[in-house]
Design a binder for this molecule. Structure first.
Ligand code: NAD
Length: 357
């Protein structure tokens, strides 16, 4: 039988949001309810030090309000670091709507959410995240101008830019380890062949890399085998196959005490968010001599495209800033080697330096 929690805190219930372990000096946490449409949401603004906070809106059937709050706080602080490290003049924020995107979400609910975003006078700018479709973004935009990634404001799907950044980041990691960024003949295990993973795989294939692919969705795997002459493995094997690079492009927390001892690759660099289960996993990778590209550094191409897109304009500025992810990672890797730190620790520090400058 599971032991009962010994305190209110251990049970995940906090007297106020200030006591929450993920609070980290958020500037604003707004609880939102709209009875008519059934909207229940939390908008968390971690920092506006570099500009208005930008972060997506997630619609998810959280088991409890406490779980939703934890997610909002974690994600919003993550956006502060991601935006700062990417050199964007934007702070970090995030919104979560407590609803099942398949069953509960309605156009009216999204419009009500937009009205609440509007009340924040632009200190929070919303965008797409898990559970939110391009159509939902248009409904939100009916009620507020503080929105990015809509037909009127953006370049559309951010995934190609995320993939471009990940590919550039993989090359930076290869350069750091092998002294050249020639990918010819290197083997990459790509886990997850969705919007980003399949695009990264295509770029790697074109650059002459050999691919090992995995996904829980069989048709995506079959397509990759045919298109990229790839070898398929079970998703649970993706991290431990013999490869030079492991590219996690599925879900988070894949780098943990169970998987890290089994990794054979010299480099871990992929698109997935929150790859390290705990900060200690960054240390464990370093102890094994595996170079890890911090996820929020390498996968920033999508937010760059959302932030910098101009309606009807060219994507040149977006591409330039996305390609600069390679330089940022090179700096992170060099400083990490010189200072005997993990790349994650250095990335955090660079972001914090920019925030306090
Ligand atoms: P997606 O939903 O299009 O693709 C995810 C793929 O992973 C799907 O094909 C799914 O079947 C597969 N998958 C799920 N669980 C798996 C498992 N256990 N093993 C193997 N495959 C599995 O998502 P996406 O937009 O390609 O995003 C991929 C990752 O990159 C996510 O972690 C996302 O948060 C992150 N990310 C995406 C963007 C973007 O622009 N789309 C930006 C930043 C970060």
């Amino acid at each position: 039988m599971n032991a009962l929690p010994r305190s209110i805190k251990e049970a995940g219930v906090f007297a106020t949001v200030f006591d929450h372990p993920e609070f980290h000096d958020h500037e604003d946490v707004v609880y939102v309810r709209d009875r008519e449409t059934g909207l229940s949401a939390i908008i968390a603004i971690h920092s506006t030090a570099l500009g208005p906070s930008l972060g997506g809106c997630r619609v998810w059937p959280y088991a409890s309000h406490a779980e939703a709050l934890t997610d909002a706080l974690r994600l919003s602080r993550g956006m502060t670091y991601k935006n700062a490290l990417a050199g964007l003049d934007l702070g970090g924020g995030k919104a979560v709507i407590i609803a099942d995107p398949r069953k509960d979400k309605t156009p009216e609910m999204m419009e009500a959410f937009g009205r609440h975003v509007n009340r924040l006078s632009g200190t929070y700018i919303t965008a797409e995240d898990v559970g939110v479709s391009p159509e939902d973004m248009e409904y939100i935009a009916n009620s507020t101008a503080h929105v990015r990634g809509t037909r009127a404001t953006g370049l559309g799907d951010p995934s190609p830019y995320t993939a471009l950044g990940v590919f550039t980041g993989i090359k930076a990691a290869v350069r750091h380890v092998y002294g050249t960024d020639d990918l010819t003949g290197l083997t990459v295990s790509v886990q997850g062949l969705g919007h980003v993973g399949s695009d990264v795989a295509a770029r790697l294939h074109e650059a002459g890399a050999k691919l090992i692919v995995s996904d829980i969705h069989a048709p995506s795997v079959l397509k990759a085998i045919e298109t990229f002459d790839a070898r398929a493995v079970d998703p649970a094997e993706a991290h431990r196959v013999e490869a030079d690079i492991f590219a996690p492009c599925a879900l988070g927390a894949g780098l943990n005490a169970g998987t890290i001892p089994q990794i054979q690759a010299k480099i871990v660099a992929g698109a997935a968010n929150n790859q390290l289960q705990t900060p200690a996993d960054g240390e464990a990778l370093k102890a094994r001599g595996i170079l890890y590209a911090p996820d929020y550094a390498i996968n920033a191409g999508g937010v760059i495209s959302i932030a910098l897109a101009t309606p009807g304009g060219s994507d040149e500025a977006v591409r330039r800033k996305t390609l600069a992810i390679g330089d940022t990672l090179t700096e992170i890797f060099k400083r990490a080697s010189a200072e005997d730190k993990t790349p994650e620790q250095i990335a955090d520090r660079i972001a914090e330096e920019r925030l306090s400058a």
